[in-house]
Design a protein around this ligand. Structure first.
Ligand code: GLU
Length: 287
């Protein structure tokens, strides 16, 4: 895989609603991080969960970003068009013996035995199906029970050895292979997952600098491990602070007033909207 000598950044929204100011902040952040260094900016539509995504939201994303003053390379990568790429990555992990089928329901998967856990951190999957006797596993498969595929994170860590990544804000970070536990890499209903698709796509799109909100910081531990297991290059990362609403809470897609559409309809200009998105000078080309 050829790494670009100029930075390549990306913005990767899911078409499950209209973009709001938080998305505008992320998109402008990525766009400027590339352009300030003479680099390239690409887009990706993260629509693996087709039941939650709608074509009109995808069209609205492109329209709203263009209105905001951004431009990007084409073609735009749409994840649902590339399921084969994720399947090939799963095959490689399977061949290394690092995946196991998980038959647990959502409720079972989030029930953590008795271990107390940090309230700020989501409960990790307790590894129930990793410990299933092989005969039981084969029986459930023979019965046609639906299963997800999980990464055996302990085995994966043993294979990769210590890993790290560079974060522009926090410096060199030691990857914690167990940070999110045995993550799902293929869902019961969809033959991939956020973690797998994002890692494969960032490499296939030649992304050298992943910029995204700090709410996704913990995911990078998993992505770094997947890069090592799949022989993909390790990009640099920049996890930016989230833009908060007037109430001090993070913006959500349901906050209709903060959508770029609503702001445009209320008469805001792109420059005013960029300023509201945290780029105070309102200029899209500012260095
Ligand atoms: N699609 C994700 C989202 O909408 C972003 C993924 C990423 O930046 O890694 O939040």
């Amino acid at each position: 895989m050829i790494q670009s000598s100029v930075p390549v950044t990306r913005f990767a929204p899911s078409p499950t609603g209209y973009l709001h100011l938080g998305h505008a902040h992320s998109a402008l952040f990525a766009w400027r991080s590339a352009r300030a260094a003479g680099g390239r900016f690409v887009l990706r539509i993260e629509d693996i969960d087709v039941s939650r995504c709608r074509p009109e939201f995808e069209a609205a994303i492109l329209e709203d970003l263009a209105w905001l003053g951004l431009d990007w390379e084409t073609p735009v990568r749409r994840q649902s068009d590339h399921m084969d790429d994720y399947g090939a990555a799963l095959d490689r992990l399977e061949a290394q013996g690092l995946l196991y089928p998980c038959f647990c329901s959502r409720a079972e998967a989030s029930r953590v035995a008795s271990a107390p856990h940090d309230a700020d951190r989501p409960a990790l999957y307790p590894g129930t199906c990793r410990k299933l006797p092989l005969a039981e596993r084969a029986g459930l498969r023979a019965d046609g029970r639906a299963f997800a595929l999980r990464l055996d994170s302990g085995a994966a860590a043993a294979r990769t050895g210590p890993l790290s990544w560079t974060d522009r804000r926090r410096g060199r970070i030691a990857a914690d292979a167990l940070a999110l536990g045995d993550v799902v890499l293929a869902r019961k209903d969809i033959p991939t997952s956020y973690h797998l698709a994002v890692t494969v796509d960032d490499a296939l799109q030649g992304v050298t600098l992943v910029t995204r909100g700090e709410d996704l910081f913990e995911s990078t531990h998993v992505h770094r491990m997947l890069q090592a297991l799949l022989d993909l290059p390790a990009p640099e990362y920049d996890h930016h602070a989230l833009l908060l609403g007037a109430d001090g809470k993070r913006l959500a897609k349901r906050d209709r007033a903060a959508t770029l559409r609503a702001l445009r309809e209320a008469g805001k200009t792109p420059a005013e909207t960029r300023a509201l998105a945290g780029f105070a000078d309102g200029r899209v080309d500012a260095r």
